[in-house]
Structure formats: structure tokens, C-alpha cells
Ligand binder design. Structure first.
Ligand SMILES: Cc1cc2nc3c(=O)[nH]c(=O)nc-3n(C[C@H](O)[C@H](O)[C@H](O)COP(=O)(O)O)c2cc1C
Length: 313
């Protein structure tokens, strides 16, 4: 291995909202189950952290199939937030995650009303071994005509304020990209009490089979993720990071160490890997290894120095 300027191996550790991560690579929600399912393919303590599948106050069965469709450089999904529910997560998954030790577990939370979010966070507050909450605001608000919580500044403000009041752990607000101004939503989340932001969630999209004239996804519309969205995600991370003082976790199409560096230069303090785990279940761990090599080769002593370090001229 080539030496860094100081001759030792690069320091990959980052701090986001008072949480220490051994490196900036986290598994993104919905693409890594509850972490334990990946135990045999990924050395979980090697990762900066794991964001578990979105949890609701009770279990949910999700949408009918087909729910996934591969697109050019991307993937459409309409899983419909299927999950085992917060109580079952505490009883069945968290004990094993605690046993493995040395992993940062972030619980992703969603709901269809503000009370749903509140109740789910209250349940999770009882769970030992959760480091933070990530609030998925890309959900239809059933009390207000199904408009996404994260698409309206006022609704976002109310939701984040409520979540912050009940959360006994740092609150990361995961922004929806389906908005006119990501900078505005980032600012609203910060002012409402978010300790950090993560972005982006998937873009609302769709595909049709021209032969059958039927939608490729039973739900008709779905979320687009993967490399296809990376340049837009990067721009949104850049805009959000420059609108707030709180740290930002970036995601959207990341599949290599140089993608990670791009997001950090744009202003991210850490990143999450989603769709890449679908074509290579070891992607998260491989990217950590690759990132270490990248830093060594580029004489980067401390990866945290890359955050916001894009050079404009
Ligand atoms: C199959 C699938 C399920 C997902 N489920 C969730 C979820 O439960 N909660 C959430 O906040 N984001 C969810 N996401 C969004 C991802 O966490 C991530 O924000 C998005 O896919 C962009 O990153 P990527 O391009 O690296 O996949 C899901 C994505 C996929 C592909």
C-alpha cells in the first residue's frame, strides 16, 4: 500500500451530528434489509453504519407484484414500504445486531400520518442499540390528500417538529427529491430541528411495456434509483449542503469510491449505498476497501477534509 503524507493509513472516520462513524459508508434504507440478513456476505462491522428498512408502528405487506423493474442504469421499485413493524424489529432483529457489536444502526421511520411517525419513534425509543433515526418524508400524507410530507414546506416543518420532540436520539431527515427547491426543504428541516439531513430518496418515475400496454410496475408509478440518478442527486446534495449548517449524508447512484469522493466534495459528510447492493451484495464493503485505497493513492490523510472541498476555479 502507498503511504499517505504522514506515512500511516488514511483516517476514514467522520462525525455526523455527534455520531462517530469509522468510515463514511452506510448501507441505505430498503436495500440492506435489517442488516442481519447480510451477515454472511458483508463483514458488517467494516461499514460506517447500516440504515435499516423503513419501519412503521405495525407490520405492512407492501404493494402487489411486479414491484421491481430494471431501467437503463437504474431501477424502479414500488415495494410499498413492506416491513416487519417497529415492535418486531426490536424483538427479532435488534438483539442480533447488538450481539455482532461495533456497528452503527440507524432506524429509518415512516408513516401515513404525523401520529404514525410519533408512535413509531416512541416504540423505537425503547430499543437498545439504535444510534439515530432517519425520517423518511417521501410518504403520502393520508390526512392531506396524499401529498408527500416532504413535498410541502409546512407539512415538512410540522412533521420534523413532532419527530424531534419525541425522538430520544439524533434525528436525520431524509429529503424527497420530488420538490421544486431542495435548498428550501433542507432549510425548513434544519429550522424544524433536524440534526442532519440525508438525500436523496427515489424520483417518482414509471415504465410501460409497449407490447402489452401495461405498466411495468403494478403500482404504475415507482421510485427510480441507481446510477441513472447520480448527477441529479449530486446537484441536490450540493444545493442542500450549501443551504444549511447541519451535516448532510449524500446518496443516489453511488457505486464506486470515486462516486463517494464526488458526493463529499459536493458537501456530504457521509454517504449511503443503495441500489449497488442489488447487483453486488458486497458493494458496501468493497466500496470501503476501495475508498481506503483511493485515499492512500491520493495522499489523503483524513477523509473528512474532503467534505465541501470542491474547487471552483
Ligand atoms: C428497493 C428499495 C427500497 C427502498 N426502501 C426505502 C425505505 O424503506 N425507506 C427509505 O427512506 N428509502 C428507501 N429506499 C431509497 C434508498 O434508501 C435510496 O434513498 C435511493 O435508492 C437512492 O440511492 P441509490 O441510488 O444508491 O439506491 C429504497 C430504495 C430501493 C431501491
Amino acid at each position: 500500500m502507498t503511504a499517505t503524507t504522514s506515512g500511516s493509513s488514511p483516517d476514514l472516520s467522520v462525525n455526523v451530528a455527534g455520531i462517530s462513524f469509522k468510515n463514511p459508508i452506510l448501507a441505505a434504507s430498503g436495500t440492506f434489509a435489517y442488516g442481519v440478513e447480510f451477515e454472511d456476505v458483508v463483514h458488517l462491522p467494516r461499514l460506517g453504519g447500516i440504515v435499516v428498512k423503513g419501519l412503521s408502528k405495525e407490520s405492512m405487506i407492501g404493494n402487489p407484484p411486479p414491484r421491481l423493474w430494471e431501467t437503463a442504469a437504474g431501477m424502479l421499485n414500488a415495494i410499498g414500504l413492506q416491513n416487519i413493524g417497529a415492535p418486531a424489529f426490536l424483538a427479532e432483529k435488534l438483539p442480533r445486531l447488538r450481539e455482532i457489536k461495533n456497528i452503527v444502526v440507524i432506524a429509518n421511520v415512516f408513516g401515513y400520518t404525523r401520529e404514525d411517525y410519533e408512535r413509531t419513534i416512541e416504540i423505537l425509543n425503547e430499543g437498545e442499540g439504535i444510534t439515530a433515526y432517519e425520517l423518511n418524508v417521501s410518504c403520502p400524507n393520508t390526512q392531506q390528500g396524499g401529498l408527500q410530507f416532504g413535498s410541502d414546506p409546512r407539512t415538512l416543518d410540522e412533521l420534523v417538529t413532532t419527530a424531534k420532540r419525541v425522538a430520544q436520539r439524533p434525528l436525520i431527515v431524509k429529503l424527497s427529491p420530488n420538490v421544486t427547491s431542495i435548498a428550501q426543504m433542507a432549510y425548513v428541516a434544519q429550522e424544524s430541528g433536524a440534526d442532519a439531513l440525508s438525500l436523496i430518496n427515489t424520483f417518482v418515475a414509471m415504465a410501460i411495456d409497449p407490447e402489452t400496454r401495461k405498466p411495468r410496475i403494478a403500482n404504475v408509478t415507482a421510485g427510480l434509483s441507481g446510477p441513472a440518478i447520480k448527477p441529479i442527486a449530486l446537484r441536490m446534495v450540493y444545493d442542500a449542503a450549501h443551504a444549511v449548517k447541519i451535516p448532510v449524508m449524500g446518496m443516489g447512484g453511488i457505486s464506486t469510491a470515486s462516486d463517494v469522493v464526488e458526493f463529499m466534495l459536493a458537501g456530504a459528510s457521509a454517504v449511503q449505498i443503495g441500489t449497488a447492493s442489488f447487483w453486488d451484495p458486497c458493494a458496501t464493503e468493497k466500496i470501503v476497501d476501495e475508498l481506503q485505497e483511493w485515499c492512500t493513492d491520493h495522499h489523503i490523510d483524513q477523509i473528512a477534509d474532503l467534505t465541501g472541498a470542491m474547487i471552483l476555479e
